[in-house]
Design a protein around this ligand. Structure first.
Ligand code: G3I
Length: 401
């Protein structure tokens, strides 16, 4: 039989690969260098680096600069390889008075990240929440017209992206543009200040303006409750977001990724890793990157939980850990899932108790005293035991004589 040259090359390559696998297999088993450090002594940052995955946290700037709390600072630096500003890059923080920027705290975070070899997720350029009063008030009393509002949004995006140009890895360009099924009407639609005043076109415009200001940053759409697909119908938020980003790509809008926030609660029926992985795949099949951007898993704080009753606390810690793990495994399953960010790492500074009036809590991976919780160890185990070098190909067992 006459083989085509390309087939011969292929056959030779396959034979060579088979030979090298055969000769390598025993070598791997006995190679001391493949024996890794004990995962229980390694940080999230070290363990995730094996996968080229960036493990991040949202950072509370007040805590970071609190001289009385050095542990916060040292854990941000040692455990994480990317940081997100929890609040200080939002519009109301950057431009509390029209025309006067307050870059200080955000610059401080960027400098901290640079010093510690960390990447920065920029959060957030366009969101209906935490926008300055001068802007909302101006629109309400008619002193800011719709045309002027569009110009102001363009100026905001341009100024902020230009200020941080070259220092931001991923920008959350547009955040939470879609309603939830419990809103009225229940079919998912565009919501909030920007859609109401500028129409849904503000989404595409924002990505174009961001790209014009920085040609290298990755530009993300970011939202919550999109960890898994639902029934694909009108009340399925993930499907709405999927259709939106697909259309943006089709229209040539420069969007690079979808951020799935990952705010979960143990009192809900959450997702398993396969469901979350399937969702990531649908987004990445569009040519987009993904990231988990704000992961935390809260629990209801009953009186027994507040009193520390272990039979009430333990199931919550366990369930919280399982949810962190499901999202992390999903991210590990997809090579386009670039980063996994927790929304704060310690219960000491969590947004959850404030927001829920103390009805919910225990959402983070360290407790209020910086003791790592079950979720922290489960994440480390996922990172350690999900591929080489800790997990190697199986070694066949020969029947004993
Ligand atoms: O800065 C003021 C302070 O001067 C004042 O004394 C204090 C009194 O309440 O409020 C402070 O502002 C608070 C701000 O956080 C900074 O701490 C706001 O009240 C509070 O509402 C705000 O909450 C933030 C929330 O976004 C706003 O919607 C949370 O810290 C922050 O974690 C949260 O983050 C969002 C993401 O950006 C988007 N996705 C959802 C996520 C959770 O809601």
């Amino acid at each position: 039989m006459k083989l085509k040259p390309v087939t011969i090359v292929g056959a030779v390559a396959v034979a060579a690969l088979a030979a090298s696998v055969l000769t390598l297999a025993p070598a791997i088993a006995s190679d001391k260098s493949a024996v890794t450090a004990d995962p229980s002594t390694q940080t999230l940052r070290e363990l995730s680096a094996r996968h080229g995955l960036h493990l991040g946290t949202a950072v509370d700037l007040a805590a970071l600069s609190d001289a009385d709390d050095p542990q916060y600072r040292s854990l941000v630096a040692s455990q994480f390889s990317t940081v997100t500003a929890e609040n200080v890059m939002k519009w109301d923080a950057l431009e509390p008075t029209r025309g006067t920027y307050n870059w200080g705290p955000a610059d401080e975070l960027v400098a901290f990240a640079q010093k510690n070899g960390q990447r920065v997720r920029g959060h957030v350029l366009v969101w209906h929440s935490q926008i300055p009063t001068w802007l909302t008030q101006g629109v309400e009393d008619g002193t800011i017209t719709k045309d002027e509002l569009r110009d102001l949004l363009k100026k905001h995006i341009t100024d902020v992206v230009t200020h941080f140009k070259g220092k931001i890895w991923q920008w959350d360009v547009v955040n939470e543009a879609a309603t939830d099924p419990w809103d009225s009407p229940s079919n998912i639609h565009y919501k909030g200040f920007w859609a109401e005043n500028l129409g849904p076109e503000y989404v595409a415009d924002s990505f174009r303006w961001a790209r014009a200001a920085d040609s290298k940053a990755l530009l993300f759409y970011n939202d919550y409750n999109i960890e898994a697909f639902g029934d694909g119908g009108e009340t399925d938020k993930t499907t709405f977001v999927y259709n939106m980003v697909k259309q943006l790509r089709a229209d040539g809008v420069p969007i690079d990724g979808v951020g799935s926030q990952g705010h979960l609660g143990t009192q809900y029926g959450n997702y398993d890793a396969l469901q979350a992985s399937a969702a990531l795949k649908r987004f990445t099949d569009l040519g987009l990157a993904t990231a988990f951007t704000e992961v935390d898993v809260r629990s209801e704080m009953t009186e027994e939980v507040k009193a520390g009753t272990s039979s009430e606390v333990n199931p919550r810690l366990q369930a919280s850990a399982a949810n962190y793990s499901a999202l992390l495994q999903a991210c590990l399953s997809n090579r386009h899932c670039l980063s996994f960010t927790v929304w704060g790492f310690t219960d000491k500074y969590s947004w959850i108790p404030n927001w829920s009036e103390d009805k919910e809590g225990l959402a983070n991976i360290y407790d209020e005293n910086y003791q790592p919780k079950r979720a922290y160890n489960m994440m480390r185990a996922d990172l350690a035991f999900s591929g080489p070098p800790s997990v190697q190909p199986r070694i066949a067992q020969k029947p004993k004589r």
